[in-house]
Design a protein around this ligand. Structure first.
Ligand SMILES: Nc1nc2c(ncn2[C@@H]2O[C@H](COP(=O)(O)OP(=O)(O)OP(=O)(O)O)[C@@H](O)[C@H]2O)c(=O)[nH]1
Ligand SMILES: [Zn+2]
Length: 213
């Protein structure tokens, strides 16, 4: 189980901080507890949960947290990866650009949304394209900071593709910056992670040009 939680070659720094008892409860138990607590939050805000529109909300939120938007906390939801022999001898970078990112800021539990662009240079095997999107989706479905999300995606790609030649570029907007606090709507946050040959200026420039085209 500990092995499963480790997202990067045994290092722990990129891992989402999890409690030791994180998987002691079933999803159903988690939903029941969250539902009760969310009911209390709503009631504390003064809402009348006898209203037929509000009555099911605690359970809806609990299900959404456990099964949907934070489903990536469960290591069992990590996508199975299909790799294929690189019989065609493709040796250039493959860029999957414009992958949608929908995540949640772990400081305010408000949405982070934007785009992620991924590249890798095949080392023997090639990956099913949709698996690149699924890896992004898995790590996005956790409370996150954008930096960790970016590094977790890169680490998983390196692990499954058995190469350091990986690049991740993410450009996202944070609702915690837009809707509250500073309330600035025009900025976005860019995070990057480059490994192996992407540390070379020319290779990186080709990647950046491809995602800007
Ligand atoms: N580095 C980083 N910071 C983030 C991310 N998402 C949100 N934040 C920031 O996390 C910080 C939390 O800071 P605090 O000062 O504790 O929270 P706050 O008082 O609500 O801050 P304000 O948003 O400035 O009102 C804020 O500056 C957020 O903008 C992220 O993905 N990465
Ligand atoms: Zn936030």
């Amino acid at each position: 189980m500990v092995e499963e939680l480790g997202d990067m070659h045994g290092a722990t720094s990129v891992d989402t901080p999890m409690r030791a008892d994180a998987f002691d409860r079933s999803d159903e138990e988690k939903m029941e507890i969250i539902s009760q607590h969310f009911r209390e939050i709503m009631e504390t805000l003064g809402l009348d949960l006898n209203d037929d529109s509000l009555n099911g909300t605690p359970r809806r939120v609990a299900k959404m947290f456990v099964k949907e938007i934070f489903g990536g906390l469960n290591p069992e939801s990590k996508p199975a990866i299909s790799l294929f022999e690189n019989k065609f001898g493709y040796r250039q970078m493959l860029v999957e650009k414009g992958i949608q990112v929908q995540s949640f800021c772990e400081h305010h539990f408000l949405p982070i949304y934007g785009k992620c662009h991924i590249a890798y240079i095949a080392n023997g095997k090639v990956i099913g394209l949709s698996k690149l999107n699924r890896i992004v989706e898995h790590f996005a479905r956790r409370p996150q900071v954008q930096e960790r999300l970016t590094v977790q995606i890169a680490a998983e790609l390196k692990r499954v593709l058995k190469t350091e030649d990986v690049a991740v570029y993410m450009d996202a907007k944070h609702m915690c910056v837009e809707m509250r606090g500073i309330k600035h709507t025009q900025c976005s946050t860019v995070t990057t992670e480059y490994g192996g040959r992407f540390l070379n200026e020319n290779v990186r420039a080709e990647f950046l040009k491809t995602i800007k085209d």
